[in-house]
Design a protein around this ligand. Structure first.
Ligand code: TYC
Length: 112
């Protein structure tokens, strides 16, 4: 029996019962996910798009080639899917990188 007269939540070992750490049940919502979409254009070189997919989306050369060709042939392709703050950061980084190199590569977000 505990002789500590304070309410349980203010006792120093609150949360520990017989050496087991007990935590309140948690309900975690899964974050909404966003697709980062590459759009085709007539001016950005294929090699540059492959480089972007490797540098910013950690694709290997084969994966990057496949995605680039899908975009080239169909108009669009998904580079990756992320929570919003990561997805919008990727869009900004790739847009900045493309403009710095003088290319109009369009990259957009779509909620999954
Ligand atoms: N269509 C471009 C070309 O022929 C290649 C390209 C692929 C551009 C994917 C953008 O997102 C893109 N050079």
């Amino acid at each position: 029996m505990s002789s500590d007269q304070r309410p349980k939540e203010t006792q120093p070992n609150f949360g520990f019962e017989d050496d087991l750490l007990t935590l309140p049940d948690q309900k975690l919502e899964r974050p909404k996910m966003y697709k980062v979409v590459l759009n085709n254009d007539d001016y950005t070189p294929m090699e540059f798009v492959i480089h972007v997919l490797q540098k910013f989306f950690r694709k290997n050369e084969g994966e990057a080639m496949q995605i680039m060709l899908l975009v080239h042939k169909t108009g669009k392709g998904v580079a990756g899917t992320f929570p919003f703050s990561i997805a919008e950061t990727k869009v900004r980084q790739v847009s900045d990188f493309s403009r710095q190199h003088g290319y109009p590569l369009l990259i957009t977000l779509e909620q999954e």
